[in-house]
Design a protein around this ligand. Sequence first.
Ligand code: MEV
Length: 432
Amino acid sequence: MNNAVAGFSKLSKKEKISWIANEYFSNPEEALAIIRNYWNSDEKLQQLHDEFIENTITNLYIPLGVAPNFLINGKYKTIPMAIEESSVVAAASKSAKYWATRGGFKATVINTEKIGQVHFTYNGDSQKLADFFTNIKPKFFSDTQSITKNMQQRGGGILNIELRDKRNLLENYFQLHATFETKDSMGANFINSCLEQFATTLKTEAQNAGLDLEVVMSILSNYVPNCIVKAEVSCNVEDLTEKHIPNPHDFAARFVQAVQIAEVEPFRAVTHNKGIMNGVDAVILATGNDFRAVEAGVHAYAARNGQYSSLSHAKIENGIFTFSLEIPLALGTVGGLTSLHPLVKLCLEILEKPSAEELMQIVAVAGLAQNFAALRSLTTTGIQEGHMKMHLNNIINQFEATDEERNLIKIHFKKNVVSHSAVVEFIQNLRK
Ligand code: MEV
């Protein structure tokens, strides 16, 4: 079979689907039925989703859940989370409840600066380039006025533009390093439009001045180390009760140790931070934000001191246990999917229409809560007990259990340890 195809994007949706079904399936009708099964019966809604991307054939669902009882800066929030991993929402809800009776979560936005760069090469005297840059700097602002006007009205805009000499890294390499405030929008389009105009201005002015300068590319940076939010919980060590460890001081000490391991050990740090991102990404997805951008930026931040390390920290000082998380988050609550996707709009309403700064706080809290739940399990019972309990449903579904079988399985595994093989064996015995 030759799986290459010419002009695929020009085919109709029906033709695209037929091609896929015939090309890759021995039973094309069965494949078509699955694809159609996930179409929305509301044709307009389906069309909306079709048009988000190119070559849409159907929709891939992931569950949208909610974790209630999050006390954040004194106000209760119900956090929407879109995620396929079975234990995440349950863990978030459990942490929310735990901390609601211990003062809740405190969250603070430290700063909100976004970054973009024009990368270029220049072959010549660097002082001449520096003087040229100083001369034309006001022009970068005036040439972008039509782009920045609305953003300025909302209190944002271009903060600064610097010329950076990067010749220690690459021959003739320089940058315009620009910083932005984009208020409630994530700002990618705004920043990239400004940068492309900077590049045009730079090229034109360099030509007029007879400089040997060539623009390579202009793009925002998803690394935003000055767009930081901090989330924190704290309580008296005595109040850090945990049913599996009778003495709260022992639980606190073990918890702090678990965080210290993630601070010094990259193999552990990656998994530790993955647990944080379970919470972060679920809210990012539910609110229509760009989880790839957030992931890339967060992990770069975790490695900012030269070694990949924990994003969260824990300490015991003067009888107080404190657990905190600091992460860079470039988020938007206007623009992009936030006004296009009906479920994203609904999630933002559940969050009571937050500003981007409020959303940063909520997301960081979800990350910290998730991390707390993971470390609490890891330092007490281990995670498998909870994970497998949640995973039980997936195994039951995989075996297409009847309602009666389902009941018997649930009763049995209330008292017995869940493992994939134990469930399979139990089902097979039931079916004998
Ligand atoms: C699983 O999705 C996340 C954990 O592995 C996080 C961690 O180990 O801290 C439980």
